[in-house]
Write a protein that binds this ligand. Structure first.
Ligand code: CO8
Length: 258
């Protein structure tokens, strides 16, 4: 376990856990926190002994948005020069499966970062929203795009234009959330899912994740063609031969992640 200024990083077997730890600001995402998360996630992403990455916050807040106090004094010229918040692109580009475990508020940038993850597990007390409009601005870390793709135009417009929050049940109904669990079991349940994912062949997981991500980024025909070639490519893996042989021989597979 390693603690830096704004986060705690833990390795549990093949699962990496990044916990946002800025309680006095409800885990608001300032640039320093973003840099710490991205550095930790990038290190885990290039470590083949890690097969899944969990991102979580506190019980009260996953993250209550980008840090409004840090943004308040910036001008248009400042944010365009800094390409403000592009630091999170590296997190979105992580190839290892990522899971957001969300308890409490996931607002603004917090919701946007949760949506960058492959799975989103919500505690019963989770609240999602894009309240930027109430600050005279709009989502800027992918929210308009990822929310619209996840929940469709009607609900995305509703959330982005009114700034209202939705609870865990509405988020699950809308397709934003993979599963809802009780608040006190959130981390245990998420770790069980992460361990399951991490026990699979990592190269097969890279391929599967990349192909599912394509569904959001291409036409159906191009996505299906990409999927077919990626599927074909898994036949180069020892894990693919082992997984199928194990099934035929009625035994559990032993994956070597190769
Ligand atoms: N930024 C900075 N500080 C925050 C933030 C935030 N987003 N959210 C909460 N805090 C701070 C509060 O200021 C308060 O600090 P202090 O004790 O020093 O006053 C502390 O956290 C606790 O917060 P509250 O007292 O407000 O706690 P409550 O339980 O009363 O309320 C809420 C919780 C409802 C979550 C409330 O804090 C709130 O509305 N927060 C702001 C939510 C929000 O608007 N988020 C969107 C931010 S904008 C954004 O994310 C833009 C992303 C895109 C940027 C891209 C740029 C290019």
């Amino acid at each position: 376990q390693q603690t830096t200024e704004h986060i705690t990083v833990e390795w549990r077997g093949r699962v990496g856990i990044i916990t946002l730890n800025r309680p006095h600001a409800l885990n608001a995402l300032n640039l320093a926190l973003g840099a710490e998360v991205v550095a930790a996630a990038a290190a885990m992403d290039t470590d083949p002994s890690i097969g899944a990455i969990v991102l979580t916050g506190s019980e009260k807040a996953f993250a209550a948005g980008a840090d409004i106090k840090e943004m308040a004094g910036r001008s248009y010229a400042d944010v365009i020069r800094e390409d403000f918040f592009s630091v999170w692109d590296r997190f979105a580009a992580v190839r290892t499966p990522t899971i957001a475990a969300v308890s409490g508020y996931a607002l603004g940038g917090g919701c946007e970062v949760a949506m960058m993850c492959d799975l989103l597990i919500a505690a019963e007390n989770a609240r999602f929203g894009q309240p930027e409009i109430t600050l005279g601005t709009m989502p800027g870390i992918g929210g308009t795009q990822r929310l619209a793709r996840a929940v469709g135009k009607a609900k995305a417009m509703d959330l982005v234009l009114t700034g209202r929050m939705m609870d865990a049940e509405e988020a699950e109904r809308a397709g934003l959330v993979s599963r809802i669990v009780t608040t006190d079991t959130l981390l245990d349940e998420t770790l069980a899912i992460a361990e399951k994912i991490a026990s699979m062949s990592l190269p097969a997981a890279y391929a599967a994740k990349e192909a599912v991500a394509h569904a959001h980024e291409s036409t159906l025909a191009a996505g299906v063609q990409f999927e077919r070639r990626t599927f074909h490519a898994t036949f180069a893996l020892a894990d693919r031969a082992e997984g199928m042989a194990a099934f035929v021989e009625k035994r559990p597979p032993t994956f070597t992640h190769a």
